[in-house]
Design a protein around this ligand. Structure first.
Ligand SMILES: Nc1ncnc2c1ncn2[C@@H]1O[C@H](COP(=O)(O)OP(=O)(O)OP(=O)(O)O)[C@@H](O)[C@H]1O
Ligand SMILES: O=P(O)(O)OC[C@H]1O[C@H](OP(=O)(O)OP(=O)(O)O)[C@H](O)[C@@H]1O
Ligand SMILES: [Mg+2]
Length: 285
């Protein structure tokens, strides 16, 4: 039977998100501690647990058919791989930062300076596009320490909350690349393998759609039913159920998480009561 091999990060910022996604897809991974390979028991998928830096290369070469990596790593490694899905977790940005007490009036201030980074390609392309000539000093980790030990004038590294920059007396001056986890694939997979990728993507889409929506239940006075229904753009139209109190009905529908908070005041004003918002596990449109 054809099986797909998927490379995921062994341990680090992508591991939990990758494993959670696979589990939410209903795929069981019997993982032995320390094992670098595992096979799903209920889906034609084999897992390789690797360093994230190696994943784009392994996917290009077909050692793995699929991989989950940050967009930052996928673009930096510049391998011949297809992006098959944006996964929406491990969101961060690649930013240039300088010592907090240094003046900064714009990119031209970086001319002639040295910048330490683990992302020489993304940074190099960005500087070139913006006509800045700086010396890129490649280091593989703990980049934020560089200005404090006289290794470079500035850094270019991943930022999420900004707390690592703050702890190292640095300030973010340019955000140059937005990243999130991507699913990448070897170009030209066989039809059998593509069919398995499609099954996996079907499940992932159902989870992502569910995550972006909420199931909402509320009681509404019958006299304001039209107003309330107009506030609730359901998948098709809301379900209306009778209640013991005949002046009220119960409305059930699905609403985008983002919409919910913007509609809540208007719903209450129209007399909606007993509003329940329930997470959805899977949603197939
Ligand atoms: N602070 C963060 N918040 C969210 N996502 C992040 C953060 N830092 C990194 N990432 C994303 O997670 C990926 C992996 O980050 P991590 O720090 O685990 O890498 P690593 O130390 O290179 O791991 P490895 O040992 O596998 O090489 C990054 O390439 C990026 O896409
Ligand atoms: O803005 P923040 O929320 O502070 O996150 C940014 C930090 O997170 C990542 O490192 P990580 O903590 O994964 O450690 P690593 O350097 O060992 O990869 C990244 O390289 C930054 O240093
Ligand atoms: Mg790495």
């Amino acid at each position: 039977m054809t099986k797909l091999k998927i490379a995921i990060q062994k341990s680090g910022r992508l591991s939990d998100g990758s494993l959670n996604l696979i589990r939410q897809c209903g795929i069981k991974i019997p993982r032995m501690k320390g094992a670098l390979k595992a096979e799903a028991s209920n889906f034609p998928l084999e897992f390789l647990f690797l360093r994230d830096d190696d994943i784009p290369g392994y996917v290009q070469d077909g050692v793995a058919d699929l991989g989950i990596v940050g967009a930052n790593e996928a673009v930096e490694k510049d391998k011949n791989v297809d992006t098959v899905h944006h996964l929406g977790f491990s969101k961060c940005r690649l930013s240039i930062a300088i010592p907090k007490d240094k003046k900064y009036d714009g990119l031209k201030d970086l001319d002639g300076k040295s910048i330490a980074t683990s992302y020489p390609k993304i940074l190099g392309d960005y500087l070139k596009e913006n006509g800045v000539t700086a010396d890129i000093h490649e280091i593989s980790g703990s980049v934020e320490i560089a200005p404090n030990i006289g290794l470079a004038d500035a850094i270019c590294d991943l930022v999420s909350t900004g707390s690592t920059l703050m702890q190292n007396n640095l300030k973010e001056v340019e955000s140059i690349f937005d990243s999130e986890a991507l699913m990448i694939a070897t170009p030209g997979l066989s039809e059998e393998k593509k069919a398995i990728v499609d099954q996996l993507l079907f499940r992932i889409n159902a989870i992502q759609t569910a995550d972006n929506n909420k199931y909402i239940l509320l009681n509404a006075p019958k006299e304001n039913l039209d107003t309330i229904i107009n506030l609730l753009p359901g998948m098709r139209s809301p379900s209306i159920l009778p209640l013991a109190n005949e002046e009220y009905v119960s409305i059930h529908t699905v609403i985008a998480e983002d919409d919910f908070w913007s509609k809540i005041e208007a719903l209450k004003e129209a007399g909606a009561e007993g509003i329940l918002v329930v997470p959805i596990e899977k949603m197939i449109l």
